[in-house]
Design a protein around this ligand. Structure first.
Ligand code: SF4
Length: 475
């Protein structure tokens, strides 16, 4: 049975080149707004947006002020790596119960902070106020202010009730918390070096970028927030330049740091050969550093060429394949479309949780007519369009994985759960290998190629029968 698109969702879905009719508005995309009530969005909540940005700070103590359920969002599903403290791998919660909801949870929060300081002696604590705290109105900021005075450390409130906006609101809350952390240190003299914003060191990707820049003779002042620590973060205002990778989460911080701390910014993507090469050249150019320019060219001609040669070997396996992309921000979607183009794979469905109008304009310019572009999709829409457009692989995150497998199509995790670095030239090889393994797995012939699930089951049953018969004959 064909799925009906909710009337309120139609303006958030567009088929390139289709000027009207069907499920698509054909005249621009509604995005960067609240989700439609009743439509089960793939988006994470405000609190999750804030936690994505702040959780990778390795020596920070993260207290979730709310019911225990919100605290299930831990390092385990956001695996950023560390070269120092492991404190951030823990998740702490005030575990609010009915009594706290009725009489208030501020006292419990005060006790939780005291206990954390006594047992772990952190330099920095973030307190996340989740939905119920937004409803009962605990004065979390006052508790944090008092705790700062009492313990002489930074205790920063992140007021992020899940219902108070979109995931982008959470990003902004996290950026405000980072500015609050840096504010007392903003008058430092400038030093040679850059900050990297919006890389969360998933599978060690930050280390790849850091190594490139080191080879180019460019020191890193602070990383925000992959593999970050309190002592490096407070030096960030001294940097010459902010290099912004995940623009969706960090552009707000980049603007604030430019206005309030005099640190200019540039955007860069380190996904794919083309984007990584452009990023290295532009960083060297922006710093007007001849040594860095020469080193960037050497890096590109050596490692970029190696990655390209690696990709060339796999291209025959990708002929005729089609991809669907559903990721957090527009920046990553744009990089992925370019990367699939480099691989010879056509993108037929593309969407994001928090893309901005300018992101969708670029996306639209990169894809072929007929491609479905959608913002803040729900699972039913994704399934419908992946089937309709014949996608062979879905690139997404933990929430999209079951959709792909249910439909019997390949999947590649390009979100916080990824286990192989997908950034830089090294990442091109890992991504190519992973896409090939998934898209060309023999398992799909038993699902998609059959007219129905019953046929697929029959085919699988025959194979099992054949294998059992062969085994019986052997003995
Ligand atoms: S929506 Fe509310 S209750 Fe659910 S995880 Fe987010 S903050 Fe917690």
């Amino acid at each position: 049975m064909a799925m009906e698109i909710l009337e309120e969702r139609r303006t958030s879905i567009k088929e390139k080149g289709n000027k009207g009719g069907g499920c698509c508005s054909g005249d621009g995309l509604r995005c960067d707004t609240a989700s439609v009530a009743g439509s089960v969005s793939q988006r994470a909540c405000v609190y999750c947006g804030a936690r994505v940005v702040l959780n990778p700070i390795t020596d920070a103590f993260h207290i979730v002020h709310g019911p225990i359920g919100c605290a299930s969002y831990t390092w385990d599903i956001r695996g950023s790596l560390t070269s120092g403290s492991e404190l951030f791998r823990n998740s702490f919660s005030t575990d609010l119960q009915e009594k706290d909801i009725v009489f208030g949870g501020a006292e419990k929060l005060t006790r939780a902070i005291d206990e954390a300081v006594a047992n772990y002696a952190p330099k920095l604590i973030f307190v996340y106020a989740t939905c119920i705290v937004g409803v009962i109105g605990d004065d979390v900021e006052a508790v944090c202010r008092n705790a700062e005075k009492k313990h002489g450390i930074r205790v920063i409130a992140v007021k992020a009730p899940g219902f108070s906006g979109t995931k982008s609101t959470g990003y902004r809350m996290a950026c405000n918390a980072l500015v609050q952390l840096m504010e007392p240190h903003k008058e430092q003299p400038k030093i040679k070096g850059v900050n990297i914003l919006g890389d969360y060191n998933l599978a060690g990707e930050m280390w790849i970028i850091r190594n490139y820049l080191r080879e180019m003779g460019i020191p890193i002042v602070a990383t925000l927030t992959g593999d970050a620590a309190y002592e490096t973060l407070i030096k960030a205002p001294a940097a010459q330049l902010n290099i912004v990778q995940c623009a969706g989460s960090m552009m707000y911080l980049a603007h604030r740091m430019e206005d309030e701390m005099g640190v200019p910014w540039m955007r860069a993507s380190f996904f794919g050969v083309e984007d990584t090469s452009t990023a290295l050249r532009q960083v060297a150019e922006r710093l007007n550093d001849d040594y860095a320019k020469r080193k960037a060219e050497a890096l590109i001609s050596e490692r970029g060429a190696k990655a390209e040669a690696f990709l060339e070997q796999y291209k025959p396996h990708f002929v005729g394949k089609k991809a669907a992309i559903f990721v957090g921000g527009g920046f990553k979607a744009i990089s992925l479309i370019r990367q699939f183009n480099e691989m010879g794979i056509e993108t037929v469905v593309v969407g994001t949780q928090t893309g901005k109008p300018e992101d969708y304009e670029i996306i639209s310019s990169l894809v072929n007519p007929g491609t479905v572009i959608l913002d803040d999709a729900n699972p039913a829409e994704l399934e419908t369009f992946m089937k309709q457009k014949g996608a062979d692989i879905l690139v997404g995150g933990v929430k999209e994985r079951p959709l792909a497998y249910k439909l019997g199509i390949a999947f590649c995790d390009h979100n916080h759960e990824r286990k192989h670095a997908l950034g830089g030239f090294e990442g091109v090889e890992n991504f190519t290998r992973e896409v090939n393994l998934s898209i060309n797995s023999p398992v799909w012939q038993f699902t998609r190629s059959s007219a129905s699930f019953a046929e697929a089951t029959q085919a699988q049953a025959s194979l099992v029968r054949e294998a059992l018969a062969a085994r019986a004959a052997h003995f």
